[in-house]
Design a protein around this ligand. Structure first.
Ligand SMILES: C[C@H](N)C(=O)N[C@@H](CCC(=O)O)C(=O)O
Ligand SMILES: [Mg+2]
Length: 364
């Protein structure tokens, strides 16, 4: 099965409600879709969001990286030579993680199709079911409490509460949500870099002293402030998770050696795809460190790949934040991963099993 072409399209899906974090507000998903075509007629699918504030990627850079650098290196390569193909993708251009991720996801999709198995089986197997959390956008306290209660009523047992705005209001936000859902849902926080290290310690001590039990706090401080991350990790009981701080396997090793965080959030759009995500999961497994599998604002095309990976690496990926499809107003994909509220399951069909994508605008 040889690669003959890589075609690109744009996919827009409005969100059910605006997605608000300390970094940005988004009303609709608008992602680049990658189709890797082969001489056997099989097509592999991938997707890249433009999360400029986290990865530095924008639509133009994703499209140009794929068209002018990645595609010319990939056409003619054999999908059965997976390790070689992924090395070419990773080494042909620096950074550009979302572009690499989208192409790698499509290549893994084809690799699994080649052997007629769902992707998770090619990655080592596992039980094809996961449960995701749901993000509660940062907002007025009453709105966040209402959104949290609605999420719990819809069956979500873990809420990822966005904070990182005003520290005083953040403490009140979390207390109010905790009081409203106590006993019905677990709460994890994501500050998206919005606090200083001292503010984070202050807020988490206040919450701990008030009896608020949090599952974890994600990326309390700026991405590059590793000393600050360690400062927080050393001083609070609540487990601290690194998100924006860690992209590559090398960064994860450094973080583990410094003991700067307790948990790592793996996202395919940070790692540049599945091959490095596997390396990170294996490093963390070796060091007895837990991971979360996360996503950006992605539809079920690329989130499906994250689902397959998480199932295969469930020994170390113990936390799931794959709510992209739940945030969408509709699922544009007919495929083998089913997203039903908090429940995610995989059907027994080859690859990612993507049969069709509604509303895709092909690029010339
Ligand atoms: C969508 C997911 N629950 C999430 O919060 N992902 C990111 C932010 C993604 C974005 O801004 O597009 C995260 O920080 O964990
Ligand atoms: Mg995060």
């Amino acid at each position: 099965m040889k690669i003959t072409d890589i075609r690109l399209g744009m996919l827009k899906v409005p969100l059910k409600t605006p997605f608000k974090t300390a970094l940005r507000t988004v009303h609709e998903i608008e992602d680049v879709v990658v189709m890797v075509e082969t001489d056997t007629g099989h097509v592999g699918y991938g997707e890249a969001p433009a999360t400029a504030v986290i990865t530095g990627d924008i639509h133009g850079s994703i499209i140009e990286a794929i068209r002018t650098v990645i595609k010319p290196k990939l056409v003619g390569l054999d999908i059965s030579d997976l390790n070689h193909v992924t090395r070419v993708i990773q080494n042909c251009i620096m950074k550009n993680y979302s572009a690499k991720a989208a192409v790698e996801i499509a290549v893994y999709d084809l690799f699994a199709q080649l052997y007629g198995a769902p992707l998770y089986k090619m990655l080592g197997g596992g039980v094809p079911k996961l449960t995701t959390d749901l993000t509660i956008s940062v907002d007025y306290i009453d709105k966040m409490v209402a959104d949290s209660l609605d999420a719990v009523d819809r069956g979500f047992e873990t809420l990822k509460v966005k904070v990182g705005k005003d520290i005083g209001v953040d403490i009140e936000r979390v207390k109010a949500i905790y009081a409203a859902v106590e006993g019905r849902a677990l709460i994890r926080l994501d500050a998206n870099q919005g606090w200083t290290a001292k503010e984070a310690v202050y807020a988490l001590h206040k919450l701990e002293d008030a009896g608020v039990r949090l599952e974890l706090v994600e990326q309390p401080v700026k991405a590059l402030d590793i000393d600050g991350l360690k400062y927080v990790t050393d001083r609070v009981h609540t487990p601290v998770m690194a998100d924006e701080t860690t992209f590559s396997p090398r960064e994860v090793i450094e973080l583990i050696k410094m003991r700067a965080a307790d948990i790592i959030n793996i996202k395919l759009m940070k790692t540049g795809g599945i091959s490095n995500a596997i390396k990170i999961a294996d490093i963390c497994s070796f060091y007895d460190m837990q991971c979360m599998i996360g996503c950006m604002l992605e539809t079920s095309i690329s989130v499906s790949a994250a689902v397959h990976l998480a199932v295969a690496k469930s020994d170390v990926i113990t936390k799931v934040d794959l709510d992209g499809p739940s945030l969408c107003s509709f699922d544009p994909v007919e495929g083998n991963v089913l997203f039903e509220g908090a429940d995610i399951s995989i059907e027994d069909t080859p690859g990612l099993g993507i049969r069709s994508i509604k509303g895709l605008n092909m690029l010339a």
